[in-house]
Ligand binder design. Structure first.
Ligand SMILES: C[S@@+](CC[C@H](N)C(=O)[O-])C[C@H]1O[C@@H](n2cnc3c(N)ncnc32)[C@H](O)[C@@H]1O
Length: 425
């Protein structure tokens, strides 16, 4: 994956969360014994397919003391490739207009601020945060008041109660540079059958892009990494790209993680789901809460989709790498699969064989390198982890193997190797 690994919440932010909890007489992250049962209860609701137990004004202590901190780096992780590619930028003097939908306590827009700061940007995020939960929004305002910036990125927040179905289809005075849907699709339309829900969420995203996104804007969707939620998001992606959608459906560009517009290889088999898994742990101050609640503090998992408008499609990684010359562009969508004498990855991107792989379809393949074929030119294959992008400069053999003389490049760690974004016509 391109761009810096997201960092967890700062000490100053954690201090502010403790202060806000105290002010509201809620158990804080500094009181693991009191907070942990509340965190465990909310985790149970989030894991329940029907999300029983959620609702406005509920679980405020657990959200403030734990889930806000846990979720904050997710949007940072999802946004960093778009930032590294120049799709998403902040220039001093011109605030970035951000619409954060289902904003809750603001983990998504704050994650975006952190990602921009980590990439060296400075300036202001002009955020409109909307949600059905006034109590959660009140906490978002408190957080923004006490910690109004992430490094060199200031957060100027307006937070209003408004349900999702009163957002799309309503023209705004000005369009937004960024629209965030952070772990909110997962809470919408649970009463619908799966296919109808996919169609409705694709329709929602099309409407947001068509009505509210600036011509060179970016829409980020982040979802929990749970298998059914991730697979739902990949199905929404499929519906968004469906060429039979009647006009005036806006044309969309996929910025990340997908490097192609074909069928998702990880939807082909029931047991697979496309998700990110980063080595970002919870801050140490939250470990006692996580331990006592029976939750992990290691690692950060989420699924995501970064969508741009067709007008700026040429700024995507796919288009820019094409401009660089021959070679197949692939993203690792599995952990390294290591067995005796061999290392494999499931790759997703340019077709890697003439006929479709029966397991993954035309755009996916399980690719391996035998240990005895290791060489300096193919070593990046062994260094790649889930989410990384590889350029394969030579064709694989018919078993899908990388050989000693093959040239493999880890594009994820070489953003500077990509040519500058061409000007839009
Ligand atoms: C899991 S929280 C996500 C908060 C934040 N965006 C994040 O990234 O962590 C989901 C939020 O969606 C809000 N929500 C649920 N249904 C909604 C709806 N129909 N319209 C607007 N917000 C909604 C909830 O109130 C909740 O604050």
């Amino acid at each position: 994956m391109i761009g810096p690994t997201p960092s967890p919440a700062s000490e100053a932010l954690l201090d502010a969360l403790v202060e806000i909890a105290r002010g509201k007489r809620l158990p804080s992250l500094a009181e693991p014994a009191r907070l942990a049962p509340l965190v465990a209860e909310l985790a149970q609701s989030y894991n329940d397919p029907a999300l029983r137990g959620l609702g406005p004004g509920k679980h405020l202590a657990a959200r403030l003391g734990f889930f806000f901190v846990r979720d904050l780096p997710k949007v940072a992780g999802a946004a960093r490739e778009a930032i590294a590619l120049g799709r998403l930028a902040l220039t001093r003097g011109k605030p970035l207009r951000v619409l954060d939908l289902g904003a809750g306590l603001g983990a998504s827009h704050r994650g975006l601020a952190r990602a921009l700061d980590a990439a060296g940007h400075s300036g202001t995020l002009d955020v409109l945060a909307l949600d059905t939960d006034e109590a959660a929004l009140e906490l978002s305002r408190d957080i923004a008041r006490r910690v109004p910036r992430e490094g060199n990125v200031a957060i100027d927040l307006r937070a209003d109660v408004r349900p999702m179905d009163r957002v799309a289809g309503h023209k705004a005075r000005a369009r937004f540079d960024v629209i965030l849907l952070g772990q909110v699709l997962t809470e919408l339309d649970l009463e619908l059958q799966p296919e109808a829900r996919v169609a409705k969420h694709a329709e929602l995203i099309r409407a947001l892009v068509g009505d509210l996104l600036a011509p060179d804007g970016t829409l980020l969707v982040v979802e929990p990494a749970l298998k059914p939620r991730s697979r739902h998001l990949q199905r929404v992606r499929g519906a968004l790209l469906d060429p039979s959608t009647p006009p005036p459906a806006p044309k969309l560009a996929l910025v990340a993680p997908c490097l192609h517009r074909g069928a998702c290889p990880l939807l082909a088999r029931d047991g697979d789901w496309c998700h990110e898994d980063l080595a970002v742990d919870l801050p140490p101050r939250l470990h006692p809460v996580a331990k006592a609640a029976g939750l992990r503090w290691q690692g950060l998992t989420f699924s995501y989709l970064v969508i741009g408008t067709a007008a700026s499609a040429e700024a995507t990684l796919e288009a820019r790498a094409r401009a660089r010359g021959p070679g197949l562009l692939e993203r690792a969508v599995s952990e390294p699969l290591v067995s005796k004498g061999k290392r494999e990855l499931v790759l997703c991107g340019d077709p890697l064989r003439d006929d479709a792989d029966p397991s993954y379809g035309p755009h996916g393949r399980r690719v391996g390198r035998l240990d005895r074929e290791a060489s300096p030119t193919n070593e990046p294959f062994a260094e790649a982890a889930r989410g990384d992008v590889l350029a394969l400069h030579d064709p694989l053999d018919d078993k899908g193997r990388v050989h000693r003389e093959h040239r493999v490049e880890l594009v994820a760690r070489l953003p500077e190797a990509l040519p500058p974004t061409p000007e839009s016509p």
